[in-house]
Design a protein around this ligand. Structure first.
Ligand SMILES: NC(=O)c1ccc[n+]([C@@H]2O[C@H](COP(=O)([O-])OP(=O)(O)OC[C@H]3O[C@@H](n4cnc5c(N)ncnc54)[C@H](OP(=O)(O)O)[C@@H]3O)[C@@H](O)[C@H]2O)c1
Length: 271
């Protein structure tokens, strides 16, 4: 079974480990490093994974190394582990989950020939419903990409893209969960303003979103058709969706996604 190192036991590292273990990966084949001892103790307690002393110890003998640290920490971590990767018997693949850090930065920071893959994940990975877009570096063969995709498929769906598309991916699925949380938060405020309790509003809004998402995930589902189906002439729903359009919902979504895309591109240029 593939030996995995996870560097960084924060939100994304925890989501990845949880999904891999739930998906049947053997805990003794997953080692994790994080400076926070509490984070390591929690991951060992919750999932039985191996707690490494530091990043170089975690990557010893690993086949796949997931970098789950903040973007500004990635190069430092690569410098820490470069020698251990070089000394490795195999040719481990380095998988960066960091927003905005380009292959042009990642590849020179590891030894020549080391395969690198960039991933844009999202946090629903924690519940096995993540979306991960993967873009290969120059040494990442089809076989390497299949290996990485196979692991990430244990925590959600995988979309293969080019590196140039990753800023757009960040704007839709990377940051997307936050848009939906914000929308539900607004619906809760709306429910309270109409006389429901906050708890009732949250339950109704969240379950509505989960059910609608389930309908959208069926093969051939089309949001235009689904909305038309629930919009009877002169009815309540069409009055609501018209009000959303008049308030500028579409414009707000375009602007939010453009802002996200541009910030991701800016982070990439600055790295
Ligand atoms: N969260 C999201 O929704 C999301 C979505 C898409 C992509 N991402 C990407 O995923 C990556 C991780 O994000 P996150 O939200 O999981 O961050 P996070 O919660 O801050 O976790 C990062 C962890 O890495 C640890 N770390 C720092 N330096 C280390 C080192 N040398 N060795 C081992 N561990 C080290 C950090 O410890 P300290 O706190 O002590 O520094 C922290 O616990 C980011 O690059 C981000 O761009 C996140």
């Amino acid at each position: 079974m593939t030996r995995i190192a996870v560097i960084g036991g924060g939100k994304i590292g925890t989501a990845l480990i949880g999904g891999l273990i739930d998906g049947g990966h053997a805990p003794d084949r997953v080692s994790v490093a994080d400076p926070a001892q509490e984070a390591i103790a929690r991951l060992r307690g919750d999932f039985g994974v191996v707690a490494a002393e530091d990043a170089p110890h975690a990557v010893e003998n690993a086949d796949v190394v997931f970098l789950c640290v903040k973007p500004h920490q990635v190069v430092g971590v690569l410098e820490e582990i470069a020698d251990t990767l070089d000394d490795s018997d195999g040719n481990p693949v380095v998988v960066s989950m960091a927003a905005g850090i380009t292959l042009a930065t990642l590849e020179p920071a590891v030894g020549a020939g080391t395969p690198v893959v960039r991933v844009m994940p999202n946090t629903p990975m924690l519940v096995g419903r993540g979306v991960a877009a993967i873009a290969p570096g120059r040494y990442a063969t089809a076989e390497v990409l299949d290996l990485v995709a196979g692991l990430l498929e244990q925590v959600g769906v995988v979309e293969r893209v080019t590196e140039a598309q990753l800023d757009a991916v960040t704007a839709i699925s990377g940051s997307g969960p936050a848009y939906f949380f914000q929308f539900v938060e607004a619906m809760c405020d709306g429910g309270v303003s109409l006389g429901l309790t906050r708890e009732q509003s949250l339950r109704l809004a969240a379950e509505t979103m989960a059910g609608a998402a389930e309908m959208l995930s069926r093969p051939g589902a089309d949001p235009v058709r689904l909305r038309a189906d629930v919009s009877s002439p002169g009815g309540t729903t069409v009055h609501a969706t018209r009000a959303l359009d008049e308030a500028g919902l579409r414009g707000a979504v375009y602007a939010a996604m453009q802002a996200c895309h541009d910030r991701s591109a800016q982070l990439g240029r600055a790295d």
